[in-house]
Each structure stands twice: as structure tokens, then as C-alpha cells.
Design a protein around this ligand. Structure first.
Ligand SMILES: [Zn+2]
Ligand SMILES: [Zn+2]
Length: 378
């Protein structure tokens, strides 16, 4: 079953958006045309969009992109327009917005893996954004939430209650889902495990939280940045190792010579993947979470992997099922098990997005959040 509509996108409204044209020029804040939702689609007034590493990878040209484009995908807001056929949401519903667009009827969706959906959507054929002259602007990552509003597929929103603020809820849609999901869904870490997390950024810190909640015996965070290591310890790491220290010796000491049952690579650095193999115990599992630049290659020793019974798993968006996982994450937040508020470093207005991206690029921030209403910028 496909979801391609031939209906022309006729009605639209103008919204302010941060438009990207090349890695060499700053984002420009422009009035762009946003199409109203068609069949099976939803319009959301964006309240908050966090800056994720993937946004930076596109903005800085590490990953290829169509141009012009609007990025931003870790978002939350309020439903303000409903396309025909959407009957299970109402205008005014508070929602988390994700990049996981799923048809519900392809093989992967039927198997409970919407992140692998192979469905085709009208939004893929004909994006909702046009510039002032009518030329198409790419809907980056299928969301384009560095903007006051988005038009997305129904499957990309999950309703949340008033128990969680929307700037905090935005984090659930990518960094937290990807990190906690890598532990719970992809690797299914068993209680008592020895876990190493390479990279303590926006996703790695949530791997740390996930491993702690899964009952890991040791959670070792490895990162070059002392501030991130301090955050990892706060979020439940049992040890923090700065790159430059002998990571192998540190992990050997913490695991009493056993080495790691699970190594999560939550950084884009290729060298971390090779380090990850060296840290693995027999029967250990290497989980690839971070995404290196396009075209990167890594070498591995197949004899060791096979003879030691090791596994290598890719974790796309934490193998997340948003409709199931986001409410579960909200519940963990309410119970005080999942820390979210402390993950936000700064709040910025849309006009200040250049500054917010710069701070994220320098590693100054755990997460910076763009607040679409300037009155909400603290
Ligand atoms: Zn992301
Ligand atoms: Zn599907």
C-alpha cells in the first residue's frame, strides 16, 4: 500500500523559518510558504525544537543535502490543522514531533519496526515548503522544524499530556529515543551487564541513562570533554574516562578483567568504532548509534568477531516505536527516573539560531533549544 497522493498542494500559509542554502552561508530567517495538511497529514504549531547532531551534520555539509532546505527535527508543539481522514487527533493537542514517518502496513511496520518503513508518502513526492518565489525548499529529515509550524504525516506525532513542558518533551523525539532506545530496544541490555558508552553527547548521555535504568552493573562513559563526563556521572555513569587516558586499561579495571558486554558507539568518530571492538568481552555486543560522515569505512577483525561470538548491531533511532516509546519515556520522566530538564543548556529565539548552532558545534551545550515564541526564551 502506498501513500502517494496526486492532489496538488494548493492552500498554504506563510511561516518564519531558518533556511539553509550552503555550508558556507549562515541560515537565513525568511517567510516561507507551508502547505496545509493533505489526506493523512497534520499541521503542528511548533513550540520548541532542539538542535541535534544530525542537524549540525547537514548544516556543516558532512552529510549531503538538497538545497535550499529547512532542518530541525527534534520538536514539540500544538496541533493546529488536521488533514482529511485524521480523526484520532484534535486541534489543540500537545504533541511530540518525530522524523519517524511510517505507513503501518509495509513489512517492517507490520513487524513492529516503523524506523525501517519502506512506504512512500505524498510528502516525499511533493514537499510542503516553498520559498517566496514558489521554488521548493527541502523538508529536512521529513520535519523542517526550525520553523514556526510544520506539515507532517500523522505517524510523526505522538500526543503528550500537560504533565511535561513542550521544550523538555521535544528532547524525547530524537536524542532521548535514540539513546534510551539503543539500550532497551536494540541491545536489550540485561541487568548486571558491563556497559561502555563512547561519546557522551546528546545521544550518549541518554544511553548512559538507559543503561542505568536497565540495571547495568557498571556504566563507563568515555568522552574528550570534562563537562560532558561530569554530566554522564550525574546521569548514572559509574565511571568517566577522558580520551587520552588509557581507555583499555580503565575498562579492564572497572570490569575486573572481563571487558564490556555492550559497547555503544555514540559518536561520529570512526576511531571510536575500532576502539569499541578492543573493549568488547567474549560474546559482547557492539552497538553503532552515531553516524559518521557519508562514505566512511571501518576495518574489523572477523576472526575475533566470529570466534568470540560477538555481535554488531546498528541502532536507527533506538529502534523506536514512537507511539509506544514516547508515552513510556514520559512516564519514566514523571517517576523521576529519566532526567530531561538538566539536558537543556540554553534556550534561543529563532533569530538566534546561528548562535545556538555555534554553541552546539563547539560542544558547549548538551542540548540547545529554539523556542518559537520569543517570550519563552529564558
Ligand atoms: Zn536527531
Ligand atoms: Zn511502513
Amino acid at each position: 500500500m502506498t501513500h502517494v497522493s496526486s492532489r496538488a498542494r494548493t492552500s498554504s500559509t506563510t511561516v518564519r523559518a531558518a533556511v539553509w542554502r550552503s555550508p558556507r552561508s549562515p541560515l537565513s530567517i525568511e517567510d516561507v510558504w507551508l502547505a496545509d495538511p493533505a489526506c493523512g497529514e497534520v499541521g503542528v504549531r511548533v513550540v520548541a525544537t532542539a538542535i541535534c547532531g544530525s542537524d549540525l551534520a547537514y548544516v556543516d555539509g558532512h552529510w549531503e543535502s538538497e538545497s535550499p532546505a529547512v532542518f530541525g527535527h527534534e520538536a514539540a508543539g500544538v496541533v493546529d490543522r488536521l488533514g482529511p481522514g485524521v480523526t484520532d487527533l484534535a486541534v489543540g493537542d500537545r504533541v511530540v514531533v518525530t522524523l519517524i514517518r511510517s505507513c503501518g502496513s509495509c513489512r517492517r511496520c507490520m513487524a513492529g519496526a516503523p524506523v525501517g518503513c519502506s512506504g512512500r508518502f505524498a510528502l516525499d513526492e511533493c514537499g510542503p515548503l516553498r520559498d517566496a518565489l514558489g521554488s521548493e525548499i527541502w523538508q529536512g529529515l521529513g520535519v523542517a522544524a526550525f520553523a514556526e509550524a510544520v506539515t507532517i504525516h500523522r505517524s510523526q506525532v505522538v500526543r503528550v499530556g500537560s504533565e511535561i513542558d513542550l521544550d523538555v518533551a521535544a528532547l524525547l523525539s530524537c536524542g532521548v529515543l535514540a539513546g534510551v532506545g539503543a539500550v532497551r530496544n536494540t541491545a536489550r541490555v540485561a541487568p548486571g551487564s558491563f556497559v561502555v558508552v563512547l561519546g557522551a553527547g546528546g545521544v550518549g548521555l541518554n544511553v548512559v541513562q538507559g543503561a542505568r535504568m536497565a540495571g547495568a552493573a557498571e556504566v563507563v562513559a568515555v568522552d574528550p570533554d570534562q563537562r560532558r563526563l561530569a554530566a554522564a556521572l550525574r546521569l548514572g555513569a559509574s565511571a568517566a574516562v577522558a580520551i587520552g587516558d588509557d581507555v583499555l586499561d580503565e575498562v579492564r579495571a572497572v570490569t575486573k578483567g572481563e571487558m564490556a558486554d555492550y559497547v555503544f558507539v555514540a559518536t561520529a568518530a570512526i576511531s571510536a568504532i575500532e576502539t569499541g571492538f578492543d573493549l568488547l568481552a567474549r560474546m559482547g555486543t557492539l552497538v553503532l548509534v552515531g553516524m559518521p560522515p557519508s562514505g566512511a569505512r571501518v576495518s574489523l577483525d572477523p576472526v575475533t568477531v566470529a570466534s568470540a561470538g560477538q555481535r554488531i548491531l546498528g541502532s536507527k533511532m533506538g529502534a523506536g516505536r514512537p507511539a509506544r516509546d514516547i508515552p513510556a519515556l514520559v512516564a519514566l520522566y514523571q517517576e523521576g527516573q529519566l532526567e530531561l530538564d538538566g539536558l537543556i543548556t540554553g534556550r534561543f529565539a529563532l533569530d538566534e539560531i546561528g548562535e545556538a548552532l555555534g554553541s552546539a558545534r563547539r560542544g558547549d551545550a548538551l542540548r540547545n533549544v529554539i523556542m518559537m515564541e520569543e517570550s519563552l526564551v529564558a
